[in-house]
Write a protein that binds this ligand. Structure first.
Ligand SMILES: Cc1cc2nc3c(=O)[nH]c(=O)nc-3n(C[C@H](O)[C@H](O)[C@H](O)COP(=O)(O)OP(=O)(O)OC[C@H]3O[C@@H](n4cnc5c(N)ncnc54)[C@H](O)[C@@H]3O)c2cc1C
Length: 451
């Protein structure tokens, strides 16, 4: 039986291992931390269910849907409340609903009248495709105008990538936008034609699980079985057509060596820089990928201590709203049931990212002050929180910046020149949980074809 080491026990690694296992391969997952899941971690505290990383899955893929059934999770899926259709952005220091229909577009205060006219003129803007990678900011400014960038794309990019629209590549970070331009001559026309982001209607729009995102991880770990925790990979080398993975276990500093037929690495790109040897050494382009730091601060309050109705998914903060420091807040207890005790609310805020990385260097106390001050101003929050949970991602989401095409080509090149070695993770075909799972499945399939 072929033996494979899967490096990293996040969602990419566990998904890859799951597919290998089902194909009859002897798989071992090697995970540095004491708990599997990587960025996916949930915890319970005082009746609050807190997500440390992702808190929603959007637009499920066929791979994910099949796995939900195979893992017996169908009954545990919790769909987001209808209120999640409403989203706020901060304008002039206040949360303002974004339009959710043509009628609300006319009345929304999120955009000025000249801003709205310019936005609609997108229908008339000529198509441009000179083959060069364009930033998200350049694309949105060119097609929709400055206001759509400042109060639409910029906060959205902060919410999804914790990134900067001036740097992110539209073709790699939001590929459906240039696709819509190319196929329809206009994004609005494409949306009106109903051929937007996805061609098939997803079964669920936005969802999570009864016990939080961690439930997906627990179900996967149960199926995969062989997940070695507290095991740090320190080197990967190829010898005599097989692979050697060097690991350090627990506090042991004497490396152990595993000999396997194949390796799937799902280690974050920046982690490869710490290894003594890795096939990625030959690809310097991969060093350029940045991972801005991010804090996730969850605060729980009695409902009566928050003035705002919290009738939406949450609020995002445009960079031009310089008086507000957080990137945004998810109204977690509105989104899903059982996230807070009765008559309490849970608010999950993001701080830092590419916009304000220095804020992540503060003490816990200072970071909490930043969030509380902004929530007081924006949502009318009063008094001491009943719950405070703080997660620091010192290296967060990989940025698909302009030039990412070279990164993707380098990744393919590494695989081509290293038979029996494949790569998966949130740096391959999308940062979302479903996209990352897809990358895990595809890496398993590429490896299976070689074993
Ligand atoms: C705050 C936050 C919010 C997010 N929100 C959403 C959301 O709402 N919806 C959504 O779809 N996506 C969201 N994402 C993105 C999504 O969660 C991630 O892109 C995805 O979970 C990454 O999975 P991965 O397996 O590629 O990487 P990781 O989860 O980072 O897994 C890599 C694993 O490798 C391990 N590792 C590292 N070094 C070593 C080593 N030397 N040896 C062994 N193991 C090692 C790590 O410990 C980790 O477990 C969010 C991300 C963050 C940070």
């Amino acid at each position: 039986m072929a033996t494979v080491a899967v490096l990293g026990g996040g969602i990419a690694g566990l998904t890859a291992a799951y597919h290998l296992e089902r194909a009859g391969v002897d798989v071992e997952v090697l995970e540095r931390r004491h708990t599997p899941g990587g960025m996916i971690q949930s915890s319970n505290s005082g009746g609050y269910l807190v997500e440390h990383g992702p808190s929603t899955i959007r637009e499920s893929t066929p791979t994910l849907e099949r796995m939900i059934d195979e893992l017996g999770l169908r009954e545990s899926v919790v769909e987001a409340s209808d209120k999640a259709n409403k989203r706020f952005i901060v304008r002039d220091g206040k949360p303002v609903p974004l339009p959710s229909s043509p009628a609300s577009f006319l009345t929304t205060r999120a955009f000025s009248i000249p801003g709205k006219i310019r936005l609609l003129m997108e229908l008339l803007v000529e198509q441009q495709s000179n083959g060069e990678e364009e930033s998200v900011a350049a694309f949105v400014r060119r097609r929709f105008g400055r206001e759509a960038l400042e109060f639409g794309a910029d906060p959205m990019v902060a919410g999804i990538f914790s990134g900067n629209p001036d740097n992110l590549s539209v073709a790699h970070a939001f590929p459906t936008l240039p696709e819509m331009e190319n196929n329809y001559g206009s994004v609005i026309k494409a949306l009106l034609a109903g051929k937007g982001a996805t061609k098939r209607k997803p079964r669920y729009r936005i969802f999570n699980f009864q016990n939080g995102m961690q439930q997906l991880i627990s179900a996967l770990v149960e199926q995969v079985g062989d997940v070695r925790l507290d095991t740090r990979v320190v080197g990967i080398t190829r010898e005599d057509r097989r692979w050697t993975v060097e690991v350090e276990e627990g506090f042991e500093r004497t490396p152990d060596r595993l000999r396997v037929d194949g390796v799937i690495s799902t280690l974050p790109l920046h982690k490869h820089r710490e290894l003594s040897s890795t096939p990625l050494d030959a690809a310097p382009a991969l060093r350029s990928v940045s991972h801005p730091p991010l804090l996730v601060i969850a605060l729980g309050y009695p409902r009566r201590n928050v003035d705002h109705k919290l009738d939406g998914f949450g609020m995002l903060v445009p960079r031009v709203e310089s008086g507000v420091k957080i990137l945004g807040t998810i109204f977690t207890s509105t989104l899903f049931p059982n996230r807070a005790p009765e008559d309490h609310v849970l608010l999950t805020s993001m701080v830092g990212g590419a916009r304000r990385p220095a804020l992540t260097q503060q003490s816990l106390h200072e970071a909490r002050d930043v969030v509380e001050r902004d929530l007081r101003k924006l949502l009318g929050v009063r008094g001491e929180p009943m719950l405070m949970h703080y997660t620091s991602w010192t290296r967060g989401i990989p940025q698909y910046n302009v030039g990412y095409g070279a990164v993707k080509r380098a990744l393919e090149q590494v695989e081509q020149t290293n038979p029996g070695f494949t790569l998966a993770g949130n740096y391959r075909q999308g940062i979302s949980v479903p996209d990352t799972m897809q990358s895990g499945r595809l890496a398993a399939e590429r490896l299976l074809a070689q074993l």
